[in-house]
Design a protein around this ligand. Structure first.
Ligand code: GLN
Length: 310
């Protein structure tokens, strides 16, 4: 395996060229019309390092729907407002091995979701935010704008509306948890917040900047106080490594070997602790709902760079 020691835009360009033949082999998310209409032909990658360098290639500056990548941000905000045990008594820390919107384990495990990165777990986290924040939607925008340093990041209201119009399954998940006493607020209100978080529109370049604190012991270079503690950053990375890619977490660890979180908009954010954050985007998904070309970009890039946490 050749190890490239000097990272550069041309390294990213070469990886995109290598992966481009995969475009057309996956399937754009079609559970809501607002995502089904996106061109599958997009491919972008961005890298931000803890030393303040930024690299990008392809469609790295085009915004897309971050979808489940937002689940990491809601967890981070919850960590700022709740004691550790308050969070983990309501949601677990183990991989589910099931699709992200599955109800099966929830019934068997008395309404306690396996982890915060499946829909059930993210909905519990959103329920917690609703209990402690006066304006959870506004707060999330403030957090994302501050972390990214980009003041015009916002929600795609067409995507959020589309999610609401096709929300039977997420409603079922929330109501099932309510029946077990693990959901305290008004279901429609919390779902609206969750759908808006999923509908955040960001580019790969904005995502690497936003998530850099996870590679940097909880610190964002441009913000004086830590976003979360070094221990919490390690814990979030561990959850991403075990549950960030749904039922393909093991396959992804095998191929890429980094903590990562995907979304059905085709984005993936991956963390190289102490070094860098990589964001990729390509809207066509594999069977688990992860970006098909995005995973391939991360695989090729980590091999070139000789990076893995394992
Ligand atoms: N909005 C999507 C849903 O709730 C998010 C899923 C995802 O990105 N995996 O089903």
């Amino acid at each position: 395996m050749a190890t490239v020691t000097v990272m550069g835009n041309e390294v990213l360009e070469a990886v995109l060229a290598q992966v481009r033949p995969l475009l057309g082999k996956g399937k754009v998310a079609d559970y809501i019309p607002a995502l089904a209409s996106i061109s599958g032909n997009k491919l972008g990658v961005a890298v931000s390092t803890v030393n303040g360098e930024h690299f990008r290639a392809g469609d790295a500056n085009e915004r897309f729907s971050i979808q489940s990548i937002s689940k990491v941000l809601s967890l981070v905000v919850a960590m700022n407002h709740y004691a550790e045990e308050e969070i983990w008594q309501r949601v677990g820390k183990d991989p589910s091995g099931h699709p992200f919107n599955s109800l099966v384990q929830l019934e068997m495990e008395q309404g306690k979701p396996r982890n915060p990165f499946i829909n059930a777990g993210a909905l519990v986290v959103c329920d917690m935010l609703q209990s402690r924040l006066s304006a959870p939607r506004q707060r999330m925008l403030e957090v994302v704008r501050k972390l990214s340093g980009v003041p015009d990041i916002t929600y795609d209201s067409a995507v959020a509306r589309s999610e609401l119009e096709h929300s039977a399954r997420n409603n079922a998940i929330a109501w099932l948890m309510k029946s077990f006493g693990n959901f305290h607020n008004d279901v429609p209100t919390v779902l609206q917040n969750y759908f808006h978080y999923c509908a955040l529109k960001m580019s790969c370049a904005e995502l690497t900047q936003t998530f850099l604190f996870l590679a940097n012991g909880g610190h964002a270079a441009h913000i004086a106080s830590p976003v979360i503690s070094a221990l919490q950053a390690r814990q979030v990375n561990a959850l991403m490594a075990t549950s960030g890619m749904y039922q393909n977490a093991g396959e992804f660890a095998w191929r890429v070997g980094l903590p990562a979180k995907s979304g059905v908009g085709g984005g993936i954010v991956a963390v190289v602790p102490q070094e860098m954050v990589i964001a990729v985007w390509s809207p066509e998904l594999d069977a688990a709902g992860n970006s098909l070309a995005g995973v391939a970009v991360l695989e090729a890039l980590t091999q070139k760079l000789g990076r893995s946490v394992y």
